[in-house]
Ligand binder design. Structure first.
Ligand SMILES: NC(=O)c1ccc[n+]([C@@H]2O[C@H](COP(=O)([O-])OP(=O)(O)OC[C@H]3O[C@@H](n4cnc5c(N)ncnc54)[C@H](O)[C@@H]3O)[C@@H](O)[C@H]2O)c1
Ligand SMILES: O=C(O)C[C@H](O)C(=O)O
Length: 303
């Protein structure tokens, strides 16, 4: 029997990521190839016309899984009944800025949209915040939507994870899909810590540690980490716009693995008992410190 459609909200849908993301959702890249979807697209009034253009293109693309499109500038209409909310709406940084430099513009959006989601989304709605500073926007959304289960509010660092997989697979000339258990710790910022201490590569003779296969600690502790930390800035320098197709694809990966990729029916849990060496400890502390400073800055912006 055909499944009932799920409603997926994309805010900032007239923007760059939105334009890359909505066709991926409509093709089943987020919720699976047999899951019909209804897309809810929100943007602000000045973007109403381009938003309607995106809706026209979705109709023209005739996606078999797409059972409806709501394109609106009304946040309540956008949030009503949604099962998944991908919060992209906000302002991207420009060349030379850090992501936290867009804080004052973006956190207030997350405060105001939190209550609309809390009141009008479907129970158990899963929320992914993409707009920067992503972790802090998610924190603000969580604090101003206290009745949404905390576990349902997440932010996008899957792009950093995918970037780390890309770097390891290029270095070792192995398939991305064979690289497992890479970790991104901390903030989606230049203090994040891409960690391969627990990572392995599937080979014909079993799983081998990434650290052993790379056999170059200088690269792993230096260039590998900074490349992943600085990749967003490198994309902005090259494209003059921030990453969009990789961000959209990673947002699909994040939700798909959350909803379909765990044996516990969409429940995630924190891996316990990982050993943390001194190098890692310092990196973790630095990014934790930045997150806590961002939190204070966010609250000062909201006053
Ligand atoms: N976490 C990540 O990995 C990651 C990756 C790439 C980009 N980003 C961030 O995602 C955000 C969007 O990037 P983009 O390139 O699509 O930007 P963009 O400027 O192309 O699009 C953003 C859209 O959001 C809309 N918007 C602004 N305020 C809004 C509001 N209150 N409600 C709804 N929509 C609103 C804008 O009108 C615009 O259409 C930026 O903050 C960017 O830094 C995060
Ligand atoms: O770097 C940015 O500002 C955009 C995004 O967060 C990214 O990592 O590509």
């Amino acid at each position: 029997m055909a499944k009932e459609p799920l409603r997926v909200l994309v805010t900032g849908a007239a923007g760059q990521i939105g334009y890359a993301l909505v066709p991926m959702v409509a093709r089943g890249a987020m919720l699976g190839p047999d899951q019909p979807v209804i897309l809810h697209m929100l943007d602000i009034a000045p973007a109403a016309e381009p938003l309607n253009g995106v809706k026209m293109e979705l109709v023209d693309a005739a996606f078999p899984l797409l059972k409806g499109v709501v394109a609106t500038t009304d946040v309540v209409e956008a949030c009503t009944g949604v099962n998944v909310a991908v919060m992209v709406g906000g302002f991207p940084r420009k060349e030379g800025m850090e992501r936290k430099d867009v804080m004052s513009k973006n956190v207030s959006i997350y405060k105001s949209q939190a209550s609309a989601l809390e009141k009008h989304a479907a129970p158990n709605c899963k929320v992914l915040v993409v707009a920067n500073p992503a972790n802090t926007n998610a924190l603000i959304l969580k604090e101003f939507a206290p009745s949404i289960p905390q576990k349902n509010i997440t932010c996008l660092t899957r792009l950093d994870h995918n970037r780390a997989l890309g770097q390891v697979s290029e270095r070792l000339k192995v398939q991305v899909a064979d690289v497992n258990n890479v970790i991104i710790w901390g903030n989606h910022s230049s203090t994040q810590y891409p960690d391969v201490n627990h990572a392995s590569v599937k080979t014909s003779s079993g799983a081998k540690p990434v650290r052993e296969l790379v056999a170059n600690d200088e690269w792993l502790k230096g260039e590998f980490i900074t490349t992943v930390q600085q990749r967003g800035a490198a994309i902005i320098k090259a494209r003059k716009f921030s990453s969009a197709l990789s961000a959209a694809s990673s947002a699909c990966d994040h939700i798909r693995d959350w909803v379909l990729g765990t044996p516990e029916n969409g429940e995630w849990s924190i891996v316990q008992g990982l050993s943390i060496d001194e190098f890692s400890r310092k990196k973790l502390d630095a990014t934790a410190q930045e997150l806590s400073e961002e939190k204070s800055l966010a609250y000062s912006c909201l006053q």
